[in-house]
Design a protein around this ligand. Structure first.
Ligand code: AHM
Ligand code: MG
Length: 332
């Protein structure tokens, strides 16, 4: 990749050659449609109460979670923004029970969490959109749910847009990670970082500590050792952060290293975790791996998991490689 800082997103798509090959025109179209929609969403998120966007929608989604107005608005806008894309065969969203066929004969499948960090919308804390793109194995066959059930290794692109003090996108096309920031005056995403890398070691971790009593022993051991700092086996003091928007927590990990965990816990032993494999864990794992980090569910690499359902949940531990290796060792 050889794009210069301030290249806009469209210029980047045309000029970059991941693994030496130009990005197929159909994939460029789809990425542009997603990113243009996120630009519109960013302007709306910034208006919040002024345009009546805050508060609950009074409905629930397929996961039994209460939907916020913005969850539904973001979902509808993303569907609308990509529906004319000729290269898109179908899409699936965290907010909808079933996938939707789009052109029927396109090559690509789009999965998204339209508005990640829903609990932060009304308190003006960073939220975001996460997306993952797969190649449909048989473009001519009618769309089925099973078309989407491919491991994370099949992703051809993944990214997120975080709506924070700045609106910033991280993207991978399988050859490193780049970041763009939205110029709100021109509505253009401009390249700000090429070759994003996560340092292998860190002194920062992120987990919802209020769940501590429910954790499995390896997670408890890991966090207790971090908390012991220089008085314990780690012999260094750790800092803790928890934004409760995966998109913002992972953005911090990509920006300055760290570990992010939302592990399986004992509250509901049958539930694999809180986060969704297809809409959250896979795209974030692709970004993290491409930036030199690692991502596991405790014992297995997330991107190697064979999905069994569109809305499947998974235990997630991702970030700086040395820490993830340590967590894996504690689980073995
Ligand atoms: P959402 O997609 O409904 O917003 O839920 C996922 C979010 C993640 O962004 C975040 O890591 C987690 O839920 C926060 O959970 P908690 O409220 O337990 O801290
Ligand atoms: Mg989410």
């Amino acid at each position: 990749m050889s794009s210069s800082i301030n290249t806009n997103f469209k210029q980047y798509l045309v000029s970059t050659k991941p693994k030496g090959a130009a990005i197929p025109a159909g994939l460029q179209d789809l990425l542009l449609a997603v990113v243009n929609t996120c630009s519109t969403l960013s302007h709306e998120v910034a208006q919040g109460a002024l345009i009546g966007l805050l508060g609950s929608a009074g409905s629930g989604n397929v996961q039994g979670e209460v939907q916020q107005k913005l969850d539904i608005i973001a979902n509808d806008q993303l569907m609308d923004g990509v529906k004319e894309c000729k290269s898109l065969a179908g899409l699936a969203s965290e907010e909808m029970e079933l996938p939707v066929a789009v052109q029927g004969t396109g090559d690509y499948l789009l999965l998204f969490d339209p508005l990640d960090g829903s609990s932060n919308i009304d308190v003006n804390v960073s939220i975001g959109t996460i997306f993952s793109i797969l190649k449909k194995q048989d473009p001519s066959a009618p769309l089925q749910t099973s078309d989407f059930l491919l491991s994370g290794r099949h992703q051809v692109a993944a990214g997120y847009v975080v709506y924070g003090p700045q609106t910033t996108m991280a993207l991978t096309l399988g050859d490193g990670v780049v970041m763009f920031t939205l110029n709100k005056e021109t509505s253009e995403f401009l390249l700000i970082k090429d070759a994003v890398t996560i340092s292998p070691s860190t002194k920062e971790f992120a987990i919802n500590m209020s769940n501590m009593r429910h954790w499995a022993d390896p997670v408890r051991r890991y966090v207790e050792e971090c908390l012991a700092g220089t008085t314990g086996v780690r012999d260094k003091d750790f800092n803790m952060r928890w934004i409760a928007s995966m998109v913002a927590d992972v953005h911090r990990v990509l920006s300055r290293g760290g570990v992010f965990m939302y592990p399986w816990d004992k509250r509901d032993p049958k539930k694999a975790g809180k986060l969704r494999l297809m809409y959250e864990a896979n795209p974030m794992s692709f970004l993290v791996e491409q930036a030199g980090g690692a991502s596991i569910n405790g014992t297995q690499t997330i991107m190697d998991l064979q999905p069994t359902g569109l809305h499947e949940r998974v235990s997630v531990m991702l970030g700086s490689k040395e820490e993830i290796e340590r967590l894996k060792q504690y689980h073995s």
